[in-house]
Every structure is written in structure tokens, then in C-alpha cells.
Design a protein around this ligand. Structure first.
Ligand code: NAD
Length: 357
């Protein structure tokens, strides 16, 4: 039986527009109808690569072959284009962050509801293998009760000097990377968040944040007294990077160094054995911080999870035919948006924000 092909058009043919084209071109379930970019130069580039380029957005919306419109334009353009596409009878895949506020986001969801068109968000980092591996360690309970998770993404090139550098286009690292990292955490931890404390950095520019540190406190799990503490951090002036993930449980710790999923798990094998030989430092002595000997701990490899990010589009195509529920749910996207708003509030007031989401 021939596979049903879903027609997709991409609006915005920059970095991410190109990525969507590349991924879709490897999928037999999808067919790229063409692209539209506001810049003639980008339309020409697409044509030179053998793609169809629509001359206007109206032409793209009028193409009956287009069932899905993917929006890969700067963040401030998402809302108007998403609403226009849905009103033109198209399903929409929107790049993250969808909107610059929860009010704008709700407007988009309302139009999806009203028109019956699917509106979903490209939260592709739910398929990152480092994240899926960490999630497996957390969900397996391998480490015993987990009390701390640290998630970091660090580079040293500053914030890109394009629209990401400006507030009016929805720039800044909270909206750019925070939206991914917070979404990952919220998809993994089922308890509600009780408080958030955040600090933003402005090392390479003044207009938008070029990094952040966010501390989340979750409600305790049933039967437990203390909730999980999660640290989420992005830096763009880090010439030495810390590991991508660091997770602590009562019986062990795990580290995931990078996106290639290098790292290890270290578990206690004998709590009772008193093997601590005091460490003598230049100015003192400590038994508490003495490293463990190999007799009381055991090292394990990471349970690496592999993934295929094309599952995202496969789900979109099935969801528009009513064969599957959309994997990225509106309430999940809204929860992350509300959390980002609390992050800004905390950073601007230098206070922890209490909330329950
Ligand atoms: P980019 O600047 O490389 O490309 C944006 C393109 O949109 C440009 O070619 C520009 O000419 C075009 N454009 C601007 N306004 C337009 C309009 N009104 N109509 C049509 N075209 C328009 O930016 P990018 O890095 O590709 O980012 C685009 C979107 O993708 C952003 O929302 C960004 O946050 C997101 N993004 C997502 C990921 C991810 O992993 N999910 C990664 C990078 C970027």
C-alpha cells in the first residue's frame, strides 16, 4: 500500500527552516510543497536548492496541497502567521517559543479551537538522547529517591547577533533555550512546581538575557517530605562547560557529560563500610569529604536511549487524520510559558516566586 503523503510548506527559510526541509525530505510520509520567506534572497536560495518558492504568503495559503504550515520565523512573527494560517484552513507546526506571553499563546489556542485546525509546537528536544537517558534513570528509580537534578547548556560565543539579540523580536536565552530545558523538566517530573528563583545574565549585551540560572522547587511526591530541587542553567560566556546533566539520588549519582551521552552512574554498594580516610588539605582535615574507595561504590554505564526526532512529524501527520493524539499538548506548552513568565518576574524582582503549576 502506498504511504499517504502529507503536504508541508515552510514559512521562514533560515537556519531552522532549512532543518525542517532536511528532516522532511528523509520522510516518505511527508512531501515538501515549498517554502516562503519574506526575503527574496532566501526564496532564491531555496529555488537554487531545487525547492518551490511561493512568491507570496497568500499563494502558499491558497495551495490546496498544503495541509501543514511550519513556521520557522523569528519569535515575534509566530502569532500573526499562525492565526492567519489556521484561518486559511491549514494545520500549523510552530517553532518554539510559540509566543512572548501566555495571553498571546491563549489567543492562538483559541483560534485552533475555533477553526478545528491542529496547532502544535516543535518541541524537538523532547527527543534529545541525553535527555531521554536522564529521564530513564530518573523514572527507573535506579538512584533511589532523587533529590536534585541539574541541567546545563553552555557555550562561549555570546548571544547570536541577529534577531535573538533584540527584545522586540522575542530574543534572549530564556525564550530561546529556556523553553526547551524547562519543557524537558516538566515532561519528566509529574509533581507541581511550588517556587522558582531565577537570575539572568547580560554579559555580552544589554537588551536581552544571554544566560540564566533557574532554581525550581517541586512539591513532594506522595509519602515524601521534601520535593525535588532542579537547577536549569544556560550560559553563553562559558569557556569551560560543566556537564549537561547531573542527578543525585539517595543511593547514587549520575553524570551525562554531553549531547553524545558520555557519562556514568556511580552507586553505593556498601553503606556500612567505614572506609573514609581523612583528607588532609593545606589548612585542615576532613573525613566528610574524603573520596570513596572502590570497595564501597560501583560504577555503571549509562542506559543510553536512542531516538528518532522524525517521530514528531509522524505524530503531526497522524494527529491531523485523527489517528493519534498530538504529542505536544496545549496545556504543556502553556505550563512552560507560565513558568517562563515566573522566571522573568523572579529575575526582575530578585525574589523567589511562589506558584503552583
Ligand atoms: P533565522 O533568522 O535563521 O531564520 C528566520 C527566517 O525567517 C529568515 O530567513 C527571515 O528572512 C524569515 N522571516 C522573517 N520574518 C518573516 C515573515 N514575516 N515571513 C516570512 N519569513 C520571515 O532564524 P532561525 O534560527 O531559523 O529561527 C527561526 C525560528 O526557529 C525561531 O522561532 C527559533 O526560536 C526557532 N528555532 C528552533 C530550534 C529548535 O531546535 N526547535 C532551533 C533554532 C531555531
Amino acid at each position: 500500500m502506498d504511504t499517504v503523503k502529507t503536504g508541508v510548506a515552510i514559512v521562514g527559510y533560515g537556519g531552522m527552516g532549512g532543518w525542517h526541509v532536511k528532516k522532511l525530505s528523509t520522510m516518505e510520509e511527508g512531501e515538501i510543497c515549498g517554502i516562503y520567506d519574506i526575503l527574496p534572497l532566501r526564496r532564491k536560495a531555496a529555488q537554487q536548492e531545487g525547492l518551490h518558492a511561493y512568491d507570496t504568503l497568500g499563494e502558499l495559503f491558497a495551495d490546496p496541497g498544503v495541509e501543514v504550515v511550519t513556521l520557522a520565523v523569528p519569535n515575534d512573527c509566530h502569532k500573526d502567521l499562525a492565526i492567519a494560517a489556521m484561518r486559511a484552513g491549514k494545520n500549523v507546526v510552530c517553532e518554539k517559543p510559540v509566543a512572548l506571553s501566555s495571553v498571546e499563546l491563549q489567543e492562538i489556542f483559541d483560534v485552533s479551537e475555533e477553526t478545528g485546525m491542529l496547532f502544535t509546537v516543535h518541541q524537538n528536544r523532547r527527543w534529545d538522547e541525553d535527555y531521554l537517558t536522564l529521564k530513564k534513570i530518573y523514572e527507573n528509580g535506579t538512584l533511589g529517591r532523587v533529590f536534585s537534578i541539574e541541567s546545563r547548556v553552555q557555550g562561549s560565543r555570546g548571544i547570536p547577533g541577529d534577531w535573538r539579540n533584540t527584545k522586540e523580536h522575542g530574543g534572549g536565552m530564556v525564550l530561546d533555550w529556556g523553553v526547551h530545558l524547562l519543557d524537558q523538566i516538566l515532561m519528566m517530573i509529574r509533581e507541581p512546581i511550588e517556587s522558582v528563583f531565577a537570575q539572568l545574565t547580560y554579559v555580552t549585551n544589554e537588551a536581552v538575557d544571554d544566560g540564566f540560572k533557574i532554581l525550581l522547587r517541586f512539591a513532594p511526591k506522595e509519602g515524601e517530605e521534601e520535593g525535588l530541587c532542579v537547577h536549569v542553567e544556560v550560559g553563553t560566556s562559558n569557556f569551560i562547560s560543566l556537564p549537561r546533566w547531573y542527578i543525585l539520588g539517595e543511593n547514587g549519582s549520575a553524570v551525562i557529560d554531553n549531547w553524545k551521552v558520555d557519562g556514568k552512574i556511580v552507586m553505593v554498594s556498601d553503606w556500612e563500610k567505614r572506609d573514609a580516610v581523612p583528607v588532609v588539605t593545606a589548612a585542615g582535615l576532613t573525613k566528610t569529604m574524603a573520596p570513596r574507595t572502590s570497595e564501597t561504590v560501583k560504577e555503571y554505564p549509562l542506559p543510553v536511549v536512542h531516538s528518532d526526532v522524525r517521530e514528531f512529524y509522524r505524530n503531526v501527520f497522524k494527529a491531523i487524520r485523527g489517528e493519534e493524539e498530538s504529542l505536544i499538548k496545549h496545556e504543556e506548552v502553556m505550563r512552560v510559558m507560565r513558568l517562563m513568565e515566573a522566571v522573568f518576574q523572579s529575575a526582575y524582582t530578585n525574589q523567589a516566586v511562589k506558584l503552583r503549576i
